[in-house]
Design a protein around this ligand. Structure first.
Ligand code: NIG
Ligand code: FE
Length: 427
């Protein structure tokens, strides 16, 4: 997997062809383009890429003269979406937890599995014994699976180390993955994910450690783009969450929250008061939580993979979120316990089928709104000039095909960070 002699080029990305030129014969994905000149319905569109940036977006017929001589890339009528954004993952961890899948099939709940010593803490053990290189090698194929479907930006959380050196290891691997694979990585410190076994019965002491030692040290090392907490009966209380948020605020780091997944803890309203980027899961989100999120501009991140895996039946309040105008993102929540999902398109299907999102909502959920949930709204999630060239060309008849197929391996072209990361095979 990883080329140890040349770790920055494990997949040949850096040697891939640069994408400069005119990408023509494109079909704009509705709602996901902000063109310099509006594209009339049914007309072929184009995107000009110069020095890795999108320089002009509009109808082919109105391509400015200054770009006419650039090399051409014929997209053959493909649907063009922004590069996908997976805004909630726990991608870096040791081992796997297929045994818990079997326990749950036999009737155990997520909370019972956790109480029986499984759950997050079992991944903590496997993560602590793994070296940084081992964690890199285990995470790399997972990242590649996401990238093969057009993911150009991904959030990666810590939270399986639960001690300074091990959380550092996870976050360093996350950064290395971004550099090695030429993909935008946002790191999130989730030290308050679970109580580590050595702190059993001493929750406050652990939260103090998170706030006073772990977070400041990791932030000083440039490893923390955001701070997250698992606020839940089986994890951390509202007061503990608030303490972690205060520590983040002191350092000027934005927050997000695993909120109201199993019960209504009031976490979303608290997070919104701290101007949270996002509240994630939110199956049990209340009307107060929705209003607070709307007022704060906090994104609702829907995680249908966890809902499905846990065979949850309590739906997130989609209709109310929609009515309130809270932006909804969709993500894999890739993790070894509750969502071993490696396909963002499958999550789109589930968000539509299980949560009743419309196709345009679900596609905005893995692009525009997902970028927002990471604070990347100015650089990712839209096809528009002045942004890095991250886009995907899909050989589909209509956008709904991105949600409709189950388990497709789309023969797409992917432009990532201004380079042709994957080229569609010739017809
Ligand atoms: O997002 N909810 C908490 N954290 C993860 C689960 C992590 C695990 O079980 O390992 C989630 O679903
Ligand atoms: Fe999660």
């Amino acid at each position: 997997m990883q080329n140890k002699d040349n770790p920055s080029h494990p997949n040949g990305w850096a040697a891939s062809q640069n994408a400069d030129g005119v990408w023509q014969n494109l079909k704009p994905a509705p709602g996901l383009w902000v063109a310099d000149v509006p594209v009339p319905e049914g007309q072929p569109a184009c995107v000009v890429v110069q020095q890795g940036q999108m320089a002009w977006v509009g109808p082919e017929a109105q391509l400015p003269a200054s770009y006419q001589a650039l090399p051409r890339h014929n997209a053959r009528g493909a649907l063009a979406t922004p590069g996908l954004v997976d805004c909630h993952t726990h991608l870096v961890y040791g081992g796997q937890r297929a045994n818990e899948f079997a326990m749950r099939l036999a009737g155990a709940t997520y909370e019972e599995v956790a109480k029986a010593g499984g759950g997050i803490v079992s991944s903590v053990k496997a993560t602590r014994v793994a070296t940084e290189d081992e964690l890199f090698d285990q995470a790399a194929p997972r990242l590649q699976a996401l990238m093969a479907e057009g993911v150009c930006a991904v959030e990666i959380k810590s939270g399986y180390g639960l001690a300074l050196e091990h959380e550092r290891k996870q976050l360093r691997v996350a950064r290395r993955l971004g550099e090695a694979f030429g993909v935008t990585v946002r790191t999130t410190f989730l030290g308050a994910h679970a109580l580590p076994p050595e702190y059993a019965g001493r929750s406050q002491a652990y939260v103090d450690l998170v706030c006073k030692e772990m977070l400041p040290a990791l932030a000083a090392e440039g490893l923390v783009d955001a701070v997250d907490v698992f606020c839940e009966r089986i994890a951390f209380t509202l007061a503990e969450t608030s303490q972690v948020f205060q520590a983040a605020q002191k350092l000027g780091i934005p927050v997000k929250l695993h909120a109201e997944q199993l019960s209504d803890m009031g976490g979303a309203a608290l997070a919104a008061r701290y101007g949270a980027l996002s509240c994630d899961h939110i199956e049990h989100l209340s009307a107060d939580g929705i209003a607070a999120m709307k007022a704060a501009g906090t994104v609702a991140v829907l995680l249908p993979g966890a809902y499905y895996t846990l065979r949850d039946t309590h739906l997130p309040p989609i209709a109310q979120l929609r009515a309130a105008g809270v932006p909804m993102a969709v993500s894999t929540d890739h993790n070894p316990g509750t969502s071993p999902a490696l396909s963002l398109l499958l999550m789109v299907n589930m968000a539509c089928t299980l949560f009743r999102l419309t196709v345009p909502e679900a596609l905005a959920g893995i692009t525009t709104h997902a970028a927002h949930a990471l604070g990347l709204q100015d650089s990712h999630g839209l096809i528009a000039s002045g942004r890095p060239a991250n886009f995907v060309l899909w050989p589909v008849g209509e956008a709904a095909e991105l949600a409709y197929w189950l388990g497709q391996k789309p023969d797409c072209t992917i432009v990532r960070q201004g380079r042709i990361a994957r080229a569609r095979s010739e017809a």
